[in-house]
Ligand binder design. Structure first.
Ligand SMILES: Cc1cc2nc3c(=O)[nH]c(=O)nc-3n(C[C@H](O)[C@H](O)[C@H](O)COP(=O)(O)OP(=O)(O)OC[C@H]3O[C@@H](n4cnc5c(N)ncnc54)[C@H](O)[C@@H]3O)c2cc1C
Length: 408
């Protein structure tokens, strides 16, 4: 088949790779000049295969009134019509049953991702700083530590503050400043932007893949309820099937196809602080209360965080960057000299934190999007599952939890 992949973020690039490996001819289309121009460029770098806690939960429901007050640091919300519709679905997902369903589905997809990334690297050695660094989630409040879900604790150890400090000596907190941590030794880190650059270069060498960059995607060409082509500013691209992997741009495209995709852009920020000599951190660390992650990446530490529900603007906000610098100084004594590469990106979030993978309401259009907080972690598994379903093969992990029809 000839398959058009819409979007060259980590989800589109991995889709293009797995589809071409399965024998399809692929056209990869993106409006940017290069790969990973949006959310996949400078994210938190964590490959978080065991820590997949969904955002919607009964606990979050209880915290919601406080979170919506001005002054709350980790999450900022500005309401608009799109967000209200999305928010109602989010509230519906805040049940223990949904959390259990999402956690089970995400753990299976994450494990598939881990295996598929290994398989990819067995075929094409890519160098993006992949390391099994282990992940320590630090909880400042005892109630948060107590409520850490069983999935977090499976394959993980609960540590006292002193044990956390012994494990990660760079942590500059006093033992009485936090309740403890959950450590998962098997978690990995890697630079998603560099992975995308290298996979893109490999795709460019394949005679099954055509790269169409600097190409803005417009409306679909629909004949008899089937998408047969996509209008772009460089003419119409025709294919037997299209895979929608536009990240936070997916909702607008779906709208132009006549259906709704409940994906909302959740803005996050990052900085990258160069090491002076020795690596600053040994492990990847998540500060649960502040919603900030720290990842050791070769010669630098990536510091990323926040969840701002404030629309589609991707400009880094100076106050958020200043908060990240301050947090890095308080928590690890890390001094960001100079600009430290301020960056912001939009996580394509679904209300229940599960990606949308499967057929769309229109023939000829397949959905692989909405990976949200975990798009780097889930990309390779999502690409495998997409390829299985398109080829009519038994899915490599349960696919039904990711079907868009759950939102009807
Ligand atoms: C601050 C932050 C920290 C994060 N940390 C982590 C982490 O530690 N671990 C993890 O697993 N995940 C993390 N994520 C999430 C992860 O980065 C995203 O889920 C993932 O990058 C989404 O990939 P994507 O390919 O779906 O979207 P994108 O990377 O946004 O790709 C979409 C592509 O579509 C293109 N596009 C959009 N509209 C159009 C159009 N009309 N025409 C043509 N092209 C178009 C864009 O140019 C872009 O290349 C983080 C995200 C953020 C913001």
């Amino acid at each position: 088949m000839k398959i058009g992949v819409l979007g060259a973020g980590v989800v589109g690039l991995t889709s293009a790779w797995w589809l071409s490996e399965a024998g399809h001819d692929v056209v990869l289309i993106d409006h940017a000049a290069g790969p990973a121009a949006e959310a996949s460029r400078a994210n938190g770098a964590q490959l978080s295969y065991r820590y997949v806690a969904p955002m919607a939960s009964p606990k979050m429901l209880g915290q919601l009134p406080g979170l919506l007050l001005p002054g709350e640091d980790a999450i900022k919300v500005s309401f608009n019509r799109e967000l209200i519709g999305w928010g109602l679905r989010f509230l519906k997902a805040c049940t223990s049953a949904e959390v259990a369903r999402t956690t089970a589905a995400q753990l299976a997809l994450a494990e598939l991702s881990r295996v598929e990334l290994e398989r990819l690297l067995g075929k094409v050695p890519l160098d993006f700083g992949l390391r099994t660094a282990g992940k320590l989630v630090v909880f400042r409040k005892q109630s948060d530590l107590d409520a850490a879900t069983p999935a977090d604790r499976d394959a993980a150890e609960v540590l006292t503050p002193l044990q956390c400090l012994a494990l990660e000596p760079a942590l500059a907190l006093r033992p009485d400043e936090f309740a403890g941590g959950v450590y998962t030794a098997s978690e990995q880190v890697g630079d998603c932007g560099v992975f995308c650059d290298q996979l893109f270069a490999r795709l460019g060498q394949s005679n099954r893949v055509e790269l169409r960059m600097n190409t803005a995607i417009g409306r679909p060409v629909v004949k008899n309820r089937r998408v047969t082509g996509i209008d772009t500013d460089n003419g119409t691209v025709e294919a037997d099937l299209f895979v929608l992997a536009l990240g936070s741009g997916a909702r607008a495209f779906a709208k132009s196809c006549g259906f709704d995709l409940p994906i909302y852009p959740v803005k996050g920020h990052s900085i990258t602080i160069a090491n002076h000599g020795e690596p600053a951190l040994q492990h990847s660390v998540t500060d649960y209360s502040r919603k900030i992650v720290y990842a050791p990446l070769g010669g630098a530490t990536r510091v990323a965080g926040f969840a701002d529900f404030q629309g589609y603007d991707t400009t880094p906000v100076a106050s958020r960057i200043a908060q990240l610098k301050q947090a890095a100084a308080d928590t690890f004594g890390l001094e960001a000299t100079g600009e430290a590469d301020p960056w912001a990106g939009l996580r394509p979030m679904t209300p229940d934190s599960r990606p949308i993978i499967g057929p769309s309401p229109l023939d000829g259009l397949f959905l692989n999007t909405g990976q949200g907080m975990l798009g780097w972690t889930l990309a390779c598994g999502s690409a495998r599952l997409t390829t299985d379903l398109i080829d009519g093969k038994p899915p490599s992990c349960p696919s039904e939890p990711f079907d868009v029809r759950r939102f009807r």
